[in-house]
Design a protein around this ligand. Sequence first.
Ligand code: NAD
Length: 420
Amino acid sequence: MAQPAVTVSDPWEMALEQFHRAARYVPLKRGIREFLAYPKRELTVNFPVKMDDGSVRIFTGYRVHHSTVLGPTKGGIRYHPGVTLNEVRALAMWMTWKCAIAGLPYGGAKGGVVCDPKQLSSGELERLTRRYATEISVLMGPESDIPAPDVGTNPQVMAWIMDTYSMHRGYSVPAVVTGKPVSVGGSVGREEATGLGCALVAREAAAAVGLDLKGARVAVQGFGNVGSVAALTLARMGAVVVAVSDSRGGVYDPHGLDPEALLACKRATGTVADFPQGQRVSAEEVLEVPCDVLVPAALEGQITPDNARRVQARVIIEGANGPTTPEADDVLRSRNVLVVPDILANAGGVIVSYFEWVQDLQAFFWTEEEVRQRLERLLVRGFQEVWRVSEQRGVDLRTAALVRAIERVADALYTRGIYP
Ligand code: NAD
């Protein structure tokens, strides 16, 4: 089927465009396509935070629930100066599809605060987090909406959210949020789950296209939680990391870079761009270096129709959410570049978040081995299902993944019925 030519950079337009492209392949009853395209509820909060210098600053935050058809909502919280309602809407919708593909009993949500966490002191970050958690507590709860980390947030922020919610209740409620430190009810293996999952999915994708991961050249955009663990794990699997970048720039060496040393450099100087080996490249150039596997693990809209023509990788593993615009997807497809979509490739995070929630609810904790085995089982199953749909319908992996997700959510919706 011919795809419309669209130029989109707004994440919500991107998410809708992807959804409508895939929904054409799913026979939906009247009105259901529209139902699935709308976020169920959206909360905007403007709230004050006492700053260290004694002043009071007003911050804006959001929490969006896209769907509650499959269960309580699940989705991360982002702290970034570029957060917008449309970005949070898109990320919430992608969470719905991601959970559906993985077979998790969750709908999709996302939250965000417009702020630059790097410019805030630890005390300011804690006060901002506790106030934001209080503001969204009308939606949040272990049975209704369970946040997790995303860009700019980490296990410490999750611990503050858990503590704030627990203080309001008068008793500890660890299952209200995932991605917590293990000491307060977190799961072993959660912090590295998304990056590890990307590497496992890369292994499946490489095998599917006959690419030997041993010796395969890997480039990673974004060296945060997802990108750094993906690089470390792929290197352990035998791949050669040739380029990495973060927001301040990147480094390229065709002979290979040591991800452990890159991590040490990032910890010491705040950026991989200061790495004393290889050639300095810009954050964007990393997407175009000679490599076999490209892992965009930074932010949305990075692979555009323009640079998609210069991507040299054979396989793209979307560690980030929404890194490829729909128009760039068309270019990559025409150039036979295999794109493993975000809603499949980075599902490792929400899968282990689900495991954390289950462990918290049961107050019974698993070993790292159990977590890893269960994660691998769900990811491999998800990949195989999506691959099968892609072959059966003759569509790319993103469309196949969305078709599978839309079918699952629609099926549950028909069974539940429209209330009243
Ligand atoms: P993070 O804050 O730990 O890391 C983000 C990294 O991207 C940082 O190193 C930052 O410097 C870098 N970056 C920002 N802009 C960049 C640019 N223009 N070029 C190159 N690098 C840039 O965040 P994270 O948790 O690793 O999330 C990264 C992506 O993965 C996001 O899209 C997020 O939604 C997605 N994701 C995260 C998780 C999770 O469990 N953390 C799960 C699923 C998806």
